[in-house]
Design a protein around this ligand. Structure first.
Ligand code: ZN
Length: 245
């Protein structure tokens, strides 16, 4: 029995090690939580603090709380996505590029205000300086960065971006050349970008989006676990964070 447990523990950590979908806020979350605790304690313990200092600390607490809130939202929405569409999730969680290398996919759900130029879902497109077949993002070489607006349709938007990721990671070198020639005169905001008639990244994105819709409907019919809308999840997290602070 002991051997079995050890084996299981080893297997779980092995799986975790190679999980390629990551919470985009995870790298800084521990430091942010520590700062939040010390600022909250400072506010509670220092009765002689000036009102301007109190105000400044409260502004910082609000900023850090916002970070924790979107970290938690991202965690819960990724769990929901995996529950609803495990095969789509797994196709990205185990993704390898054209040369067989694993690529980590960092996902952040963010407020609508934080999205660039009103886009509701974005996937970065960058090549490593050392290797045109290797994906790169702000998270480093061998990574992709996805950002999704926190709106009712967040999970469908994520499915769409996962479709882009699936194609682009595997075909980065040739896709980057096509992308430059097809879209060089388009503004960032153009909905056409990524979706001209020949763009296989665009068609994969629509395919993933449609598959997710079907799986969401099927899941909803037989659901044992209720799926709350992203905005309801966000509101519940907001309440729990502000109750604590
Ligand atoms: Zn698209």
């Amino acid at each position: 029995m002991k051997t079995y447990c050890l084996y299981l523990a080893a297997l779980l950590s092995f799986n975790c090690l190679f999980a390629q979908i990551r919470n985009g806020y995870e790298q800084e979350i521990n430091g942010i939580k520590e700062s939040l605790t010390s600022l909250t304690n400072m506010l509670a313990s220092d009765v002689d603090m000036s009102s301007s200092k109190k105000h400044q600390i409260r502004v910082n607490v609000a900023k850090l709380s916002e970070y924790v809130m979107y970290y938690q939202l991202t965690k819960e929405l990724l769990d929901q996505f995996e529950l609803i569409a495990p095969d789509l999730y797994a196709s990205i969680d185990s993704i390898k590029d054209g040369r067989g290398r694993r690529v980590a996919v960092y996902v952040r759900f963010a407020s609508e205000m934080e999205m660039q130029n009103g886009a509701h879902g974005t996937t970065n497109l960058n090549q490593s300086q050392h290797d045109p077949s290797l994906y790169s993002s702000d998270y480093g070489d061998g990574t992709v960065s996805i950002k999704i607006a926190s709106v009712t349709k967040s999970l469908t938007l994520l499915a769409h971006e996962f479709g882009h990721v699936f194609y682009q990671v595997k075909n980065l070198k040739s896709y980057a050349i096509d992308y430059a020639s097809w879209y060089q005169n388009e503004t960032f905001n153009s909905k056409y970008i990524g979706h001209n008639g020949n763009d296989l990244s665009g068609s994969k994105a629509l395919e993933y989006e449609n598959l997710f819709r079907d799986q969401f409907l099927a899941y909803s019919k037989n659901a044992t676990v209720k799926i709350d809308s992203p905005l309801a999840v966000l509101e519940a997290i907001r309440k729990s964070i502000y109750r604590k602070s």
